[in-house]
Unconditional design. Structure first.
Ligand SMILES: Cc1ncc(COP(=O)(O)O)c(C=O)c1O
Length: 372
């Protein structure tokens, strides 16, 4: 008996990494860039209050949620489309604007989903080379544009590198890019940088109808599991995205949660400050252990241990997981030496650091032995 043949090989992409935490007394996940500070105030209560309505269909147009977002950021709700997380919207952009054989362009070592969007469409994922220290080179991006380019994705700050593109460079990219090419500014970590940058991002979208800004409630707002994101774009782009998204894409409880959360900007300010504090602490501690740090503006650190043997990062991730601490290796990003570690509570960071200290010492011992 033969099986149905998928257009996409089920084995080409590993979207979810398997991690063995068996035997660990408790598990602290520092591998998904969740916010340890939890959901914005009032959100859990609002979900609880709305729970009895779960038998009803929610508003497919997310009217109340879009109005709340519009009010908060001074944006026209007609230019907003909500998604099942921002990942749905990134995927929707691909499905609206690209087809098999087209090119989807992004800087090297960008958020993995950009390549996944291309793969799902049979489009070609094209990576533009970076400048030094994982910096985005706007000229290299522009130079990589071909007649087949349909979409450019730019995550700012980027995951997994944590790097930031200066706003004047983002504005230049939007200005110099041919206007038939869609430019997606993925601002999933926008809350962790100066809020003025988010405003500037919306202004770029106002000036250029081919620019789409995507945002998420998964990170600083602490709603990763609710699956709520949104995009800001020209009304015609919004209409096109509305055509391809799931009709009931944002569930009712998520709409309620996002509507409350977006009003809690004091909380977001607190999250930004606390995350920066703990990120500085973590990076400082890792530096003393001999790690090289890639400067990160987001809620994670991106680091590597220079001189460690091949496979050290993967083995370290596996050993830490067995002890209950999940951190992320990045071989799937083509960066097998690098570790991405989410910012967390000081006590959890200290416990994780103690485990990493043992691993780093062992690696350094091996280096000394090899040099002897
Ligand atoms: C750069 C970037 N964009 C988008 C997303 C998607 O987030 P969500 O679908 O939870 O909104 C992520 C998630 O990690 C991310 O790192």
């Amino acid at each position: 008996m033969s099986l149905p043949v998928p257009y996409l090989s089920a084995r080409t992409l590993t979207v979810v990494k398997k991690i063995d935490t068996s035997g660990a007394p408790r598990v602290v996940n520092l591998g998904l860039n969740e916010s340890w500070l939890g959901a914005a105030p009032g959100v859990v209560e609002a979900i609880r209050e709305a729970a009895p309505q779960v038998y009803r269909y929610a508003d497919p147009g997310c009217g109340t949620m879009r109005a709340a977002i519009g009010r908060q950021f001074n944006l026209d709700p007609a230019r907003i489309v909500c998604g099942n997380g921002s990942e749905e919207l990134l995927d929707a952009v691909g499905r609206v604007y690209a087809r098999a054989g087209d090119e989807i362009l992004f800087p090297a070592y960008s958020f993995l989903q950009f390549a996944i969007v291309a793969y799902r469409l049979g489009a070609k994922a094209v990576e533009a080379p970076l400048g030094p220290q994982f910096s985005v080179d706007v000229d290299a991006l522009l130079a990589a544009v071909t007649p087949a380019t349909r979409v450019i994705f730019l995550a700012n700050p980027n995951n997994p590198t944590g790097s930031v593109v200066p706003m004047d460079e983002v504005a230049r990219l939007a200005r110099e890019l041919p206007s038939h090419i869609v430019l997606v500014l993925d601002a999933a970590y926008a809350e962790y940088v100066d809020p003025a940058e988010a405003v500037a991002t919306f202004e770029i979208a106002d000036r250029h109808p081919n620019v789409i800004v995507t945002r998420t409630f998964s990170k600083a707002y602490g709603l990763a599991s609710a699956r709520a994101g949104w995009a800001y774009a020209h009304p015609e782009v919004v209409a096109a995205l509305n055509n391809v998204r799931g009709i009931g894409n944002v569930n009712g409880l998520a709409q309620v949660a996002a509507t409350v959360a977006v009003g809690e900007q004091d909380f977001i300010q607190h999250v930004r400050a606390r995350t920066a504090e703990e990120r500085d602490y973590l990076e400082g501690q890792l530096r003393t252990l001999g790690f090289e740090i890639s400067p990160s503006a987001a809620n994670f650190a991106f680091v590597r241990l220079p001189g460690a043997s091949e496979g050290w990062a993967q083995a370290t991730v596996a050993r830490l997981a067995k002890q209950g601490f999940i951190i992320r290796s990045n071989e799937d990003y083509g960066l097998p030496e690098w570790l991405r570690i989410s910012i967390a509570d000081r006590a959890d960071l200290d416990e994780m650091l103690a485990l990493l200290r043992v691993e780093a010492r062992a690696a350094n011992g091996e280096q000394l032995a090899a040099g002897a």
